[in-house]
Design a protein around this ligand. Structure first.
Ligand code: KG4
Ligand code: ZN
Length: 342
């Protein structure tokens, strides 16, 4: 089966084709709207929807050309059904359904976070169940127990801001451009991690839940007390990043101990963070366990993860019941049906 995947939940339009016989991606294309939203300091949902409308068809044509196949070679269309910005999801869903209706092939609405979670399985070196997944994106921060692919048990989550959101908001406060996460991470590389010591939120009490909104305020107060030179900025960024990384690592350790699992996967935009990847690698090596991460290109939003997650489920016979368009802004990962064994 060749499954076309379409991602349009936020500010990236991503399309890809996954071939289940070859067990590989045939190609993927991505257009990022960040340049457009940068002017406003954040994603403007209405503009995001309109831009997905503009980009989907040209990107699809380019993808077919890159893969050297035509639309009749596609067996199904997987698209991000949620969670995400409702207008942006609606554009991707309507596009997917119309295309599939015209080609008389099935569709499947994919959970965006399952896409992220499964992205490490696109690599040659792969985790085997059971494993834990640290999902860290702009909208979610979750630690998930994966006993079987397709069934997800939430062990811990943020009670307020997501890790990516904390990166973006802190970066904005420090006057960095949007999206601030990667820029703040770059700045942190030049900083002294020992100059400012920020709180590791919620590590002094038991449990795996997290909180990142207070940290942001603490960082702002500290930043305002400095002269705000480039070095001050870099040192604050380094201290902030270390606090986030340490907190995530402490919570992952607890989850590993609680479950007795010894394989860990990181996924989602913040999974591209070098310091986080290095620290998690070290932590898993020290425990005699294994660490897995997606290719950097597949950490942030992309079509490949949707094509792959959709392909796994469609291969197991799952599909949408009809061509009605039903995106959903909120959708708990635990509500997903299991993937039947074929
Ligand atoms: O997964 P993603 O592309 O979109 C969502 O599903 O939200 O994640 C985007 C988030 C943003 O908050 C962005 O600032 C953050 O991931 N991000 C990073 C890095 N690259 C992306 N945060 C820290 N360090 C990075 N290198
Ligand atoms: Zn995402």
């Amino acid at each position: 089966m060749r499954i076309l995947g379409i991602e349009s939940s936020c500010d990236e339009t991503g399309l890809a084709i996954y071939d289940t016989e070859k067990k590989s991606l045939l190609g993927h294309v991505l257009y990022s709207q960040v340049g457009m939203h940068a002017e406003y300091g954040g994603v403007v949902p209405e503009l995001a929807s309109r831009d997905h409308v503009r980009k989907l068809l040209p990107l699809l044509r380019q993808l077919f050309e890159d893969c050297n196949i035509s639309q009749s070679d596609i067996d199904g269309v997987a698209y991000t059904r949620g969670p995400g910005l409702i207008g942006a999801l609606m554009v991707g869903s309507a596009f997917a359904k119309s295309l599939a209706f015209g080609l008389d092939i099935p569709t499947l609405g994919v959970h965006h976070m399952e896409g992220h979670l499964l992205a490490p399985l696109l690599e040659e070196r792969q985790p085997k169940v059971p494993f834990l997944a640290l999902l860290v994106s702009g909208g979610h921060t979750q630690i998930v127990h994966v006993k079987v692919i397709g069934e997800y048990h939430l062990l811990g989550t943020t009670i307020d801001d997501a890790a990516g959101e904390a990166f973006d908001k802190t970066a904005k406060m420090m006057g960095l451009d949007y999206p601030g996460g990667p820029l703040l991470a770059k700045l942190a590389e030049q900083g002294d991690v020992n100059r400012f010591k920020f709180t590791r939120p919620m590590v002094d009490r038991p449990g795996i839940d997290m909180s990142f909104s207070g940290l942001k305020t603490q960082v702002l107060t500290t930043f305002r007390r400095t002269e705000q030179t480039e070095q001050d900025k870099a040192d604050v960024a380094a201290g902030f990043q270390k606090a986030i990384v340490d907190t995530l690592v402490i919570k992952c350790k607890r989850a590993l101990e609680q479950t007795g699992v010894n394989q860990l996967v990181v996924a989602g935009g913040v999974g591209a963070n070098k310091a986080l990847r290095q620290t998690l690698t070290q932590m898993m090596t020290d425990r005699g366990g294994e660490f897995f991460a997606p290719n950097l290109a597949f950490c942030t939003d992309n079509g490949a993860m949707i094509a792959f997650a959709g392909a796994l489920r469609m291969q197991a016979g799952q599909k949408d019941s009809d061509f009605s368009i039903s995106p959903t802004a909120r959708w708990p990962l635990e509500a997903l049906p299991p993937i039947a064994v074929t």
